[in-house]
Design a protein around this ligand. Structure first.
Ligand code: CP
Length: 318
């Protein structure tokens, strides 16, 4: 079946992580997002693809970009959208994740987009309900739509993914964004280096097919793009983080460092940025930065994911 030139071969009920997807499935999401990007440039930014469907954004952790982006994406597809934040829901009264999911199912929603502080929460929910579950970030595990929008932006800016050198700098140990990017980029044929102080590199990360560096200057020399991660100070239970100034001096992206990097290197960040810690404001707002373009591309990527999952639901029900 084709919809506006989109070849349908998506059969999954859920999107839980890029680890579980094939190269072809990732490419299908990216090409579908390409088709949807144009919708946001129209005067009336809406298509009827998800008319009559209900998308529930269930967020157990704070979010600006992901939650709003999913809401915008669902509304551009004409879905009804309901936002549930754990702080103002019956989660505060002790309701379990599975009970919450089953109640949303009883309310006849179609898709749950969930962010959760526990790794694996999206997998648990998806196994226990018939609704589609889209992982909007689970603990330190995966943030698949963030990586998809990062890869979409890389492809848009640099024209390809195979053979690209991408350096991911920062708190790799606590980062679901790093893990999803590593799965996605390596499946599509990019070369990935992770760069951070030793305390922020998880043991065995090389087994995922990446190089490890503790020298930012060296790691930037070959990089076509640098994806800079947020320092997750809120997760620092054992004071495992370097001091902020020390971190910026050794691993912060500055204009000086970019001058010594490959010409045309693009600078990415999933947000929110800690300015003056992960990168200078000069870099965040400078000519190499594509940070706000990542945010814009997030809408098309999330439209694609919602569309593919909803289509698969209909095909499975038929
Ligand atoms: N990139 C990202 O996940 O940002 P939010 O936490 O604001 O959703």
């Amino acid at each position: 079946m084709t919809v506006k030139g989109i070849i349908m071969s998506w059969v999954r009920k859920d999107l839980l992580g890029l680890e579980y997807l094939s190269k072809e499935e990732i490419e299908l999401i990216l090409s579908t997002a390409d088709s949807f990007k144009e919708v946001s440039t129209r005067e009336i930014k809406k298509v009827p693809a998800l008319r009559g469907k209900t998308v529930v954004n269930l967020f157990y952790e704070p979010s600006t970009r992901t939650r709003v982006s999913f809401e915008v994406a669902a509304k551009r597809l004409s879905a009804d959208v309901i936002n549930i934040a754990s702080e103002t829901s019956s989660v505060k009264k002790g309701e379990t994740l599975i009970d919450t999911g089953k109640n949303i199912q009883a309310l006849k929603a179609d898709i749950i987009v969930m962010r959760h502080n526990y790794s694996g929460a999206a997998v648990v929910l998806a196994r226990n309900i018939d609704l589609s579950v889209i992982n909007a970030g689970d603990g330190w595990h995966e943030h698949p739509t963030q990586a998809l929008l990062d890869i979409f932006t890389l492809k848009e800016k640099l024209g390809r993914i195979p053979g690209l050198h991408v350096t991911i700098v920062g708190d790799i140990a606590h980062s679901r964004v790093a893990r999803s990017n590593i799965w996605g980029l390596t499946k599509l044929g990019a070369k990935v280096t992770v760069c951070a102080p030793a305390m922020l590199i998880p043991p065995g990360i090389e087994e995922l097919g990446v190089k490890v560096s503790h020298d930012l200057g060296e790691a930037l020399k070959q990089a076509d793009a640098v994806n800079v991660l947020r320092m997750q100070f809120e997760r620092d239970e054992e004071e495992a983080f370097p001091k902020q100034l020390e971190y910026f001096q050794n691993f912060g992206i500055t204009a000086e460092r970019l001058k010594k990097a490959k010409k045309g290197i693009i600078v990415m960040h999933p947000g929110p940025i800690n300015r003056g810690i992960e990168m200078s404001s000069e870099v965040a707002d400078g000519a190499n930065s594509v940070i706000l373009e990542q945010v814009t591309n997030g809408i098309a990527v999330r439209m694609a994911v919602l569309f593919l999952v909803a289509q698969a639901r209909e095909e499975n029900a038929a």
